[in-house]
Design a protein around this ligand. Sequence first.
Ligand code: PLP
Length: 355
Amino acid sequence: MKKINIKNWFRPSVLKMQGYVPGEQPKDPRVIKLNTNENPYAPPKAVLDELQTLADDRLRLYPEPTADTLRQALSKVYDWPMDGIVVGNGSDEILNMLFAASVGKGDLIQYPDLTYSLYPVLARIREGKTKEVALTPKYDLPFEKFDPKARLTLFGYPNPPIGNCFPMKNIEAFVKKAKGLVLIDEAYVDFADRHCLPLAKKYPNVLILRTMSKSFSLAGARLGFIFGHPAVVEQLMKVKDSYNVNRMTQAVGLAALRPESLKEVARNVSHIKLERNTLAECLRNIGFSVPDSQANFLLATYSGKPKAEDIYKNLKKRGVLIRYFSHPRLKDSLRITIGTPEQNARLLEELQKLL
Ligand SMILES: Cc1ncc(COP(=O)(O)O)c(C=O)c1O
């Protein structure tokens, strides 16, 4: 196509920025996919059964605009008032709603430097001012370096790409003095020992973000939810698309919350936690340094030769996909999603050949 000048068609901040780069989704189903923190186990059976019943005439109709049936079910399972819950097309969409509702040009947004790399992208789109607080050498977050006056503070619990949880007392001390909103991203919390919902009960500026992409094995369905004070959630509702969660996904979410589904999820989570600890030990035994993780992934650092990036590339050639980030602090590191015991064994076998 011929070259055109788009300079006058878009905001300068968008023209200048890089978009978010998601992990690769290879077409070859034989690839051992340990790169985007998906769950290696099948979704709950009730979800798959429910999906079979959905292919009918009802597809003509719009879904429930605010997904009330699903929010009622979430309210019951998580013991949170329904008017303090919003669901989204993945938790990414909810992050976007939060930025749309709360961040204007020049507002201060802060987050750790290392965390989920979508936060800076959303901040740039909204032309927010950003402050990144470096994690300590042990990957702890020095909360005292955050500005209590920031409009929005975000971090993960557990925090990617390490998978550690910052001490609850440090989080509480910060949210207590924070004047703005604090979004605690609990995408991986079902693999952790604790969660921060009690903090959101106590402090109305705290929002807790969850997803069905990880523990529920439903990344393909795109379903996230957020818990917050009803007055806060009301503002998010105003900026969401009218029918943001489709009919199939709402039904999938409902089926995933049935008691028998929750049991299956809990079983898969406990397998993954066991495997996580085994894999961490095995990686340490072959020379990686691996901080303890409370998520479904590990950050494995290898300071010798071959370089981490070459390990990533060579594993990829051998059909094992993990994640390498270009961040300077991660140049010797690889992020590895916990797979099934067989997948993890294959990863270790290939790694041993490479080292
Ligand atoms: C910390 C964190 N938050 C949110 C998400 C988005 O998840 P989803 O949009 O699939 O709910 C991810 C995805 O990997 C994540 O790592």
